[in-house]
Design a protein around this ligand. Sequence first.
Ligand code: ADP
Ligand code: MG
Length: 372
Amino acid sequence: MSIELSGLGKTYQPDEWVLHDVSARIASGEFFAIVGPSGCGKSTLLRMIAGLTPITAGNLKINGRVVTDLPPKERQLTMVFQSYALFPFLSVQANVAFGLKARKFPPAEIDQRVTRAIQLVDLTAFRDRKPRDLSGGQRQRVALARAIASEAKLCLMDEPLSNLDAQLRVKMRTELRRLQQQLGLTVIYVTHDQVEAMTMADHIMVLHDHQVQQIGTPLDLYHHPANTFVGSFFGAPRMNLLPARVSEATELTLAQTLKVALPRPLPVADYTVGIRPNAITVLPAGTGAPCATVQTVEYLGAQTLLETQLPDGTALELIGVAPADYRPGDRVAVQLTGTLYVFDAQGRARMTLEGGVVHGNDAQTVSVADQS
Ligand code: ADP
Ligand code: MG
């Protein structure tokens, strides 16, 4: 099942575009995630693909056929919601069989499909239980079994794991991915969780501000963000975004302190520079490198996160060096040793630098190993 979105738009109120010009191609058998903050239109887009919400502009093709105005049942897809949507008074088996009965399949075929689907999600021992006697994870597996039993090759999922506790969510990610590959399903998966999207998807669409920000593989989005939004959305700890200025064609100054020599000129203007905490090396103060002042210290076990401030007041998040004990007020020296992303005033990616190191005012560029 391949899907093609061409310039899809949606208004609920006249002239208020909730989604604008959304285009994408989703290949058969791929796990495609739609990710973005709450309220950015993810559910709206998924419901437009499902046929549950009318499409205001553009068109939608499934397997090469225009389905923009077709009702849901003619789109040959199935949907799994966050809320499971199970019938409380029906057993697991009856819940899974419900849609097939409604579609008047022969009883023997229903039985065969339901048995297999329940087996695939590992609920055979629970087939006679009611939803109230199941855990959250088991309920979500019933919803999955229902989707599997329909044998639709396209499955749309709207935050299906967000009601589960953290540990179960991690386990279900792997299970879902395994089932999707085993059954050769095309999955369009909506989530607000960047880690879920990164770990499960073949391709990710990032939605924000009513528009598509970028579409790419998880590694593409991480290593080549198209703009500041995508840069800071993926990766934890988050990418630092620093105010920057080019005052001479090849000299870039970050937060009025850190100077970087550009390998080729950029127009004299204001920029924003993105640096992930793991692209900055923290050194003891007094090495001649510019210093930042520690504000807060967060111990995460393997890592120590330092929230620091540069002399001009710009916040900078750093990863501390293992055994050192940091306290608020400490000064640490910083060296930019990894990738720097230069974004223009509109936040669009303009240049990527593979490691610039700066001491005081003597700008220099040092190449480091490519991190990709
Ligand atoms: P997400 O799933 O990303 O959180 P939604 O698609 O639910 O976002 O909502 C996107 C925007 O559309 C929000 O501003 C929301 O208030 C609005 N919206 C969603 N559904 C409706 C509706 N039925 N009528 C009017 N506005 C809606
Ligand atoms: Mg939603």
